[in-house]
Ligand binder design. Structure first.
Ligand code: TRP
Ligand code: ZN
Length: 867
């Protein structure tokens, strides 16, 4: 099929960037009164609105029962407005309109986790992107900014009543009810509105900003979870300091609240002054959660805090600009995390995510530019491309400017646009103006889909002692984006002396002059650059630190890669060399010997110096990553077998190394988190290799590690080895884990995940887990733990996993379509499968079409089927 010739069809529900129009009315102020009762909630709203352009006064509203509407104190009769399932139109509205509405909503039966919903004992809101219109009638779009005052009233069994801003007043509302009034002085779009009503405990602290403002910090959670909030609190203070030091941005209110909820669709939400978090992104305690989860908590705390400036004070003009706030904020949280652990490892982890998830997304039917130009359901665009590729674009620009100029650029952005709703252009122009360097060519990155291929060739000339590099870039045609142009690709590089392993000084006029290391800015379709003064043919290392989000095609020899594993001083490229070599072994049948030798040389030293980086050098690309590199005729079982063979070879060839290293390490003696984490990661890797070797002591060691440690990373690592290898004690250990953690949802998620990820899991394994009394379709974390575990084996995904995903999609289509659409994407690479599997899965997806209704799931399914 020639996709380029297919007509591109849009449905009438599609929204286009090019159709953007200014709002007809602005809102000067909003007063909300939310009264929660067990079987309904009353919402009274007063909107002070002012006309800006001609047209109707339109208020968006969905699933709300409208009781009464007034315009300038007159109750409107049915002829004076129009109401349908999506909006309330006030006919003939004057210049200045005070709209009062009274309406009824049902948070107690809202399963979509959007708008106001009840989750266990608490009521919370989630309004990004378009949830506010499920609370009250409102011009629910990000370019309408207003000042919010909120009164919340509820039964006293809910002692905590929170909303954005400062607490103005509290009081009684009858015998068993009470209220609180909050006022948020900063203008904000409705998607940042939040309120919380519940029975929660709180951890308090405080922070003094660079401007001398004392800020009360509060983290709300269930009573038993308060001890697990300290890491988040420290991370919050650290983030506040970090943003002052790196961006000159202090916090602007007198309080900052975070609320932890166990039923939440994503990680967390940056509501102004009142963040709401998935418990998985706040609660952190080494006895209950893993090292990876602890890192994630710190990153998400920073992410949401950083949104206060990049997202909240400066927000998006429309939802097409989503990557303006997300791409920039992810780049900021990644930079923050580079201070928490070895920067090379942080970069490795971020690029691993990008390559394992964003690259495949961008190579398949769901591909879209970081700033899409049309969508049906915006919730389907909270994607890897918007977040992670968006972050990479900012990183490229920041690196190119260098620290000082980048700061001048961001200063200019905050100076120009504070308090505004802006576009990606506004950001890039402000960065350019502030730094004095024109970055407008980078706008192409935002508007074009697909991962560019960077094709490079090197040629050494002994006579002139010179080395030439030829670069070409290729962009894959996309039916909806026909005229792709070459993008600016910063290529960081180094040349190494082949014998000494030392870096050559770089002699070339082509390099960007303000960079201490070699960077070439490649912005043509093709270019050649030359280096001189090279006495021997150099070993080149390209795209150091992953300087651009591209697919590099360069004909390294296996020996060059082995050389880089040993000599590259950039930790990221050292890791990349292992991955490139492994990918060849796994997908192109290269022999493993060179890799094993290089590893044997590099590892022992590195384990001493940087155990965490050492653990990453032992990464073997996952089956799903390998699958993402195969575009047709993908046979899951073949990939599985090859990977197993390699792992077995590694297990055998390194002989006693695994056990010796296991015993040589002692994470308990490491005081520094990153070091301890590295040692724990290594010990877990060692255990699994010993299991592969069939080592006689492995179960004893795993049992000791499981029962003698209180650290969750160690316990789960050991439990995996016991369970996945069906050790005699496996059942007992699982039961003991369950008994100990049955009331700890996040720990129990690990228990579910680990069993779903059993290498010999079957349809029955999954069925037993989903029928377990602790399995809960109302809690996305639990659904994801089973699906995530299952998915760690693509052989299972494409076997019994397909039906599991389809069942979830059908159920969630009605109950929680945001989540349903996301989970369905697990099957998005169906078209790469070898026949007959490909047709089988396609038929299942076609059959699903008639069974789903939500915009979310329908749009995702339609795109998936367009492959
Ligand atoms: N803006 C949030 C973030 O980046 C993410 C988000 C968007 C979200 N929509 C959501 C979170 C719905 C929870 C539910 O941090
Ligand atoms: Zn975000």
């Amino acid at each position: 099929m020639n996709i380029a010739q297919d007509p591109v069809i849009y449905t009438d529900e599609t929204v286009f960037l090019k159709d953007y129009q200014k709002p007809t009315f602005l809102v000067n102020s909003v007063y909300l009164d939310i009264q929660v009762y067990d079987d309904h909630t009353i919402v009274d709203a007063v909107l002070d609105m002012k006309r800006q352009t001609s047209g109707n006064l339109v208020l968006l509203g969905r699933d709300i029962e409208l009781k009464e509407v007034q315009l300038n104190d007159q109750v409107l009769s049915a002829e004076q407005y129009q109401l349908d399932a999506e909006q309330l139109v006030i006919l003939n509205a004057p210049e200045h309109a005070i709209i009062k509405t009274k309406s009824i909503i049902h948070p107690e039966s809202n399963t979509m986790l959007e708008g106001l919903y009840q989750a266990g004992d608490i009521y919370v809101t989630q309004n990004e992107a378009e949830g506010f219109r499920k609370i009250t009638f409102y011009p629910d779009r990000p370019d309408v900014l207003s000042v919010f005052t909120t009164r919340v009233e509820a039964n006293k069994k809910f002692p905590v009543l929170l909303a954005n801003g400062n607490l103005l007043e509290t009081g009684q509302a009858g015998d068993d009810r009470h209220y609180a009034i909050w006022e948020d002085p900063t203008k904000k779009p409705s998607y940042l509105f939040a309120c919380v009503i519940g029975d929660l405990a709180v951890l308090k602290d405080s922070y003094v900003t660079s401007e001398g403002r004392e800020v009360a910090l509060e983290i709300y959670a269930e009573d038993k979870d308060i001890p697990k909030c300290h890491i988040a609190m420290e991370a919050l203070k650290h983030s506040m300091r970090w943003d002052e030091e790196h961006y000159g941005l202090p916090y602007d209110l007198d309080n900052y609240m975070i609320v932890a909820v166990s039923q939440f669709n994503m990680g967390a939400m940056e509501n102004k002054g009142l963040n709401i978090f998935n418990t998985s992104c706040v609660l952190a305690d080494e006895a209950y959660t893993t090292d990876d989860a602890i890192m994630r908590v710190q990153a998400v705390i920073a992410h949401e805090y950083f949104h206060n400036w990049t997202g909240n004070r400066i927000t998006c003009r429309d939802w097409f600009q989503l990557c303006l706030k997300e791409g920039l904020t992810v780049f900021r949280d990644q930079s923050f995390s580079e201070d928490l652990q070895s920067a090379a490892v942080q970069r490795i982890d971020d690029v691993s995510v990008l390559k394992a998830h964003q690259f495949p997304e961008d190579a398949g039917p769901l591909s879209h530019p970081p700033r899409p130009d049309h969508f049906v359901e915006i919730n389907n665009f909270y994607t890897m491309t918007v977040y992670e590729k968006g972050a990479e674009i900012n990183r490229m620009m920041a690196n190119l400017l260098g620290k000082e100029k980048y700061r001048q650029g961001t200063d200019e952005y905050f100076r120009r646009h504070d308090g505004q709703a802006v576009t990606v252009e506004d950001w890039v122009y402000a960065l350019s103006a502030g730094s004095g360097i024109d970055l407008s060519a980078f706008l192409l990155w935002y508007s074009q889909p697909g991962t560019p291929s960077l094709v490079a060739e090197g040629q050494y000339d002994q006579a002139t002692e010179s080395y030439r590099l030829t670069f070409k870039q290729r962009l894959k045609a996309h039916p909806k984006y026909p005229n792709l142009k070459p993008v600016p690709i910063p290529i960081a590089l180094a040349l190494f002396h082949p014998n000494t392993g030392e870096q050559y000084p770089l002699n070339s006029t082509a390099l960007v002059s303000n960079q201490p290391d070699g960077v070439y800015l490649f912005d043509q379709e093709e270019a050649v650059i030359e280096f001189t003064g090279l006495t021997e043919q150099p070993v080149v290392s390209l795209l150091r630190n992953f300087s651009a989000p591209v697919n590099l095609e360069f004909d390294y020899s296996d020996e060059d890669l082995a050389f880089l594993i040993q000599h590259e001083t950039n930790g990221f490229n050292q890791w990349q060399a292992t991955q490139t070599l492994l990918e060849r072994i796994l997908l192109k049948d290269h022999v493993a010997d060179i890799y094993i030798q290089a590893l044997t040389h590099a590892l022992p030293q590195l384990i001493q110096k940087d155990p965490l980086l050492a653990s990453r050098l032992l990464d073997v690309p996952s089956e799903s990553y390998l699958a993402s590199r195969i575009d047709h005729n993908y046979q899951p079982f073949t990939v599985f077998e090859k990977r197993e063979a390699l792992l077995n070879a590694l297990a055998q060839h390194l002989g006693g190394f695994w056990k010796e290293t296991y015993h040589a390490l002692n994470p308990a003696l490491q005081t520094e988190f990153s070091q301890a984490k590295g040692e724990r990661a290594l010990q877990n890797i060692m255990l699994s290799f010993m299991a592969r070797q069939g080592d006689a002591d492995v179960f004893t060691l795993a049992e000791q590690q499981f029962y003698q440690n209180k650290n969750m990373t160690q316990r789960v690592g050991a439990l995996k080895v016991l369970v996945w290898n069906d050790a005699p004690i496996a059942k007992q250990a699982l039961q003991d884990f369950y008994d100990q953690f049955k009331d700890e949802a996040l720990s129990l998620d690990l228990w579910f995940m680990l069993q779903a990820a059993h290498p010999q899991a079957t349809r029955e394994t999954i069925q037993a887990l989903t029928e377990h009394p602790d399995y809960d379709l109302g809690t996305p974390n639990r659904i994801r733990s089973v699906l995530g575990g299952l998915n760690s084996h693509p052989v299972h995904t494409w076997d019994f996993g397909v039906q599991h995903v389809i069942d979830l999609a059908i159920y969630l289509d009605q109950k929680n379509p945001i989540l349903g659409a996301r989970l369905l994407q697990v099957l998005s690479r169906w078209y790469t499968l070898a026949e007959p599997k490909r047709s089988e899965v396609k038929d299942v997806l076609l059959a699903l079409q008639g069974q789903v209704k939500s915009k979310n799931v329908v749009e995702t399914l339609t795109s998936m089927l367009s492959a």
